[in-house]
Ligand binder design. Structure first.
Ligand code: ADP
Ligand code: MG
Length: 277
């Protein structure tokens, strides 16, 4: 029997693999260690995951298991200590222009109107002004912000601010959208509305979405697959195929057996561990 060395195994699973070109995101045996003066922390350990083009993947897991770290790796904002990542077949070596990023807090500029906060993306990427305006208009319409374009962030509700952040993240039509607990600060009803809207935007744009959330219901309602991570050092514990149709009516979806099955399984996996954040 031939013993395959670790290097050979890694090469096999690497970008030369069969579907490397077609995967929107390929995460291959990634590890992240943080070294600080006080301690060394292994945040991620042996994380591998392929995300298809146009797929919606949600990530859930206990606080500190490395969810935000994983998104930063995909965005090229952080380098892995081991393993590699590929975005649409290209190795991630630094910040990428072909992603959109939405954070927990909208992070809007207070002195800019909603529209000018959205257009910030165009300025940073030096997009043609006409094209940027057209897209901003379409996104404003799509997210129900019409009439509030000239409002400043303090005049907008939390949900509206998050919509502005979403428009800004989508302005350059990124093939991959990363969202880190984007609705965590919203009240339950607004969050529900944002979920319905995100489902529609995802279907309309065909964007690949990676969403970190601490809501099991949100994960299952939105995603094709839910990745459940283990406590630190974070690794993929199980991947749940949700098996619901892409178009999802909110209450009807929650009443479906697939919804109950998926949420039940995730609860089982997370139930024994520490609380979600
Ligand atoms: P999550 O988003 O799942 O709550 P994070 O990805 O933010 O977890 O963090 C994972 C672990 O890595 C945590 O223990 C955190 O304290 C640690 N960590 C994250 N970023 C850094 C950093 N820049 N320096 C040192 N430790 C970090
Ligand atoms: Mg986090």
């Amino acid at each position: 029997m031939k013993i395959i060395s670790e290097d050979e195994t890694a090469a096999k699973a690497g970008p030369a693999g069969d579907d490397a070109d077609t995967a929107a995101v390929r995460i291959d045996d990634v590890a992240v260690r943080f070294r600080t003066k006080k301690r060394d922390v292994t945040a991620l350990h042996k994380v591998s995951l392929d995300i298809g083009m146009g797929e919606f993947v949600a990530i859930v897991g206990p606080s500190g298991c490395g969810k935000s770290t994983l998104l930063k790796l995909i965005a090229g904002l952080l380098k892995p200590s081991g393993g590699g990542l590929w975005l649409r077949g290209e190795k991630v070596t630094g910040p990428r222009p072909d992603i959109g990023y939405v954070f927990q807090r909208a992070a809007l500029l207070e002195w800019r109107t909603a529209r000018r906060n959205i257009l910030l993306q165009a300025e940073m990427r030096k997009m043609p002004a006409g094209q940027a305006r057209e897209r901003a208009d379409r996104l404003i319409e799509m997210t129900g912000l019409r009439g509030f374009e000239d409002a400043h962030p303090h005049e907008l509700s939390g949900g509206m601010q998050q919509r502005v952040a979403l428009c800004r993240a989508l302005l350059h039509e990124p093939p991959v959208l990363l969202m880190d607990e984007p609705f965590g600060a919203l009240d339950a009803l607004t969050r529900e509305q944002m979920n319905v809207e995100l489902n529609r935007i995802w279907r309309e744009t065909g964007t690949t979405v990676v969403l970190v959330t601490h809501s099991i219901a949100e994960a299952v309602y939105l995603a094709d697959r839910v990745v459940v991570m283990s406590p630190r050092p974070g690794t993929v514990e199980e991947i749940i195929d949700v098996g619901l149709p892409a178009e999802r009516d909110y209450s009807a979806t929650m009443a479906r057996p697939e919804f109950a099955r998926a949420t039940g399984r995730i609860r089982e996996l997370l139930g024994a561990g520490p609380a979600l954040d």
